[in-house]
Design a protein around this ligand. Structure first.
Ligand code: ZN
Ligand code: ZN
Length: 361
């Protein structure tokens, strides 16, 4: 209403341009943030070692990091809530990447995107002016043409300007000049507020690089081995009938014990299924089933393909030795009796554990 008073001739063109730019400010900011987030996601997907491959590759980095940090609580979170652990690992990696790369990579990307968008908007304004001059149209036609040209880059429509009087706008060259000037101010304002903290916050959840990467990397089977809780490594696309994983763990890690004792089981699924004498009880009340015939236990056991393999990877052996006391305290069980840790396990160094990751994953 206040504007109407001044809306005549040149003044009205200037005011109309200012109002358009005010309305464009939020959509511009959103668009720039989203485009930058998409570019960055693509870049992380090709440059970040832990995130540039499959989920199995990611798991290898997770296991490496866990071994480096030697933090028992983190290990247990990974074992018990794998999906949560994967997600928070991805978030940490992305946030570190953004922090490390901000001034050299993220900021220049954003400035480039701002420049491109500014050019697009000015081109749309200029085309609209030409269109109106050819058609001898009015400001309504100008606005229609302008919003249409920007419809694929900005969420902005004529409706956003409904109620703004523009009947007597007739100087379209002036309108363009005003928009050019206002845009420059808006763009530098957006640039100046862009930093490592505002970047993730200003983005809608679904556009955040970490969320895009979680979507990309976590669309897999998450079913865990009924014995050792290792995660099935099949993707949704290549999943046959059975779940499978090449890298099984020590069953004691999820608290399994020898029958009617509090002595941890030190079996590893791949070796146990190669044995012709070892058996397990799916439930305390059930009859024992030979490991070799584990599918006979039915239910979740029947859906797994576990290939016998006696070359036991040192990774989880090293883990058990390193965290023996923590595991005993966590589950209130002990590595005693049949569950005594074999001497051979204690010979493995952390380096052996790392090497086995490269061999198995
Ligand atoms: Zn297993
Ligand atoms: Zn599976």
């Amino acid at each position: 209403i206040i504007f109407q008073k001044y809306c005549n001739g040149a003044t009205s063109a200037a005011i109309f341009g200012e109002i358009i730019c005010q309305k464009l400010k939020d959509p511009i900011e959103q668009s720039v943030y989203e485009k930058t987030a998409r570019d960055l996601t693509d870049e992380i997907r090709s440059n970040c070692e832990s995130l540039n491959g499959s989920r199995s590759n990611l798991e290898k980095h997770i296991l490496k990091t866990l071994a480096e940090e030697e933090d028992f609580d983190k290990y247990m979170n990974y074992i018990r809530n794998p999906r949560d652990h994967f997600k928070s690992f991805i978030r940490d990696e992305v946030s570190r990447y953004i922090t490390d790369q901000f001034s050299v990579n993220v900021l220049p990307k954003m400035e480039e995107n701002i420049k491109l968008l500014q050019q697009k908007i000015m081109k749309a304004a200029h085309e609209s002016t030409k269109h109106v001059q050819v058609k001898r149209g009015d400001a309504g036609l100008w606005l229609k043409s302008f919003t249409q040209q920007l419809s694929d880059v900005l969420i902005f429509s004529e409706k956003d300007l409904s109620g703004v009087k523009h009947d007597d706008v007739d100087d379209f060259n002036l309108l363009e000049d005003v928009i050019r000037q206002e845009l420059t101010d808006i763009m530098s304002d957006i640039s100046s507020r862009f930093n490592t903290k505002t970047f993730p916050v200003k983005l809608d959840f679904k556009f955040r690089p970490d969320e895009l990467l979680i979507d990309h990397l976590c669309q897999c089977c998450w079913v865990q081995c009924p014995f050792c809780k290792a995660i099935c490594t099949n993707t949704i696309e290549n999943h046959g009938g059975d779940h499978s994983v090449p890298f099984h763990r020590v069953t004691g890690l999820r608290g399994w014990c020898h029958y009617k004792t509090t002595h941890f089981s030190t079996q590893i699924c791949t070796s146990a299924v190669a044995s012709s004498i070892q058996s397990f009880c799916p439930n305390l009340s059930d009859k024992p089933v030979l490991w070799r015939d584990y599918r006979r236990a039915g239910g979740v056991y029947a859906d797994w393909s576990i290939t016998p393999d006696l070359s036991e990877p040192p990774y989880w052996k090293w883990f058990v030795c390193r965290f023996q006391k923590d595991l005993e305290k966590y589950y209130n069980n002990t590595f005693e009796g049949k569950g005594e840790i074999p001497d051979e396990w204690r010979t493995h160094s952390k380096q052996d554990a790392f090497d086995s990751l490269n061999k198995y994953i």
